[in-house]
Design a protein around this ligand. Sequence first.
Ligand SMILES: Nc1ncnc2c1ncn2[C@@H]1O[C@H](COP(=O)(O)OP(=O)(O)OP(=O)(O)O)[C@@H](O)[C@H]1O
Ligand SMILES: [Mg+2]
Length: 305
Amino acid sequence: MAKVIMIGNQKGGVGKTMVSHELSALFVRRGNKVLGIDTDGQRDFSRYSDISFAKRIPTIRDILLEIKDIKTQSAFGNEHTSESDYDDFEDETDEDIIDKAIQNTKEGYDIIIASKKLANASADFGEPNDIYLLQDLIMSLSDDYDYIIIDCAPARSPLLYMSYVASDYCICIAESDEGSREGVRQTYTDIALLKEKNTAKVVMLGTLLNKYKDANVQVEQYQALCDLGVTTNAMPFDTAIPLGVAAIEANNKHMCVYEYMKSGNREAKKKSKSLIDQFEKLADEIETRIAGFEKSNADDANLQN
Ligand SMILES: Nc1ncnc2c1ncn2[C@@H]1O[C@H](COP(=O)(O)OP(=O)(O)OP(=O)(O)O)[C@@H](O)[C@H]1O
Ligand SMILES: [Mg+2]
């Protein structure tokens, strides 16, 4: 069963996509099978991974519309009603569309790309039961992967709520500003409301301080996230990711920082090293925290038996 991790924060530009891409690539280097899902109409995760946007390749929107269509048909015996772009090309079954959507990146992880039309997701996925569509998809793929990483948009869209329902863990990315912290608070509130209704089981795995510039200032920023963690159940990871030119240069070249380091000259190697080291430490922390949650869940289950 895959561990499903959503990378969130409604605050824009904090590094959600960079972290989704780097973690996906890193988990692959550690021997895992990883699927990335881009749920943002900006399609940055898809772009970072440098894969095809060919019209014949179904997007996450196409798949979710297809699943919705199939569920509606089986519930009401209705005719095919989906308005997926992919319908223009093929008359495929659910499984075919998923197989055709999954592309392999040069970093070795699989990805399902986003559609620009997700900007209009409220119109496509505005019905109460639509909140389960991404979970349906992920359940059908869960045995094929060790990790599924969902890159979220900087918006409280239907896809964000679907991600809460479909995920086991949420990592919030934060910069040092109050806007980032407000985004963490909002994420916590959203999750708490869904849990109250038993709609989601996702747990806050932690916040990640990204793009810190100065080691002294980092101490204060880290403390602010610790204070926030008390009320949001999301303690910051000990590891923080510095602002690094290598992250920008790797992004411009559609590479992960590790590939950028390998492909570059001595200067590129020097610039990449601290980012790569920090991501290794972050992945260790993520694995440890997940193992802790899994153990306490197993203990709870044993107690009940
Ligand atoms: N640690 C870092 N050092 C330097 N640049 C970074 C770092 N993290 C992210 N960036 C850069 O910041 C910009 C925004 O990052 P990214 O796209 O990952 O943010 P985001 O949270 O996904 O944005 P959005 O909310 O729009 O989806 C990108 O140009 C990225 O290369
Ligand atoms: Mg993004």
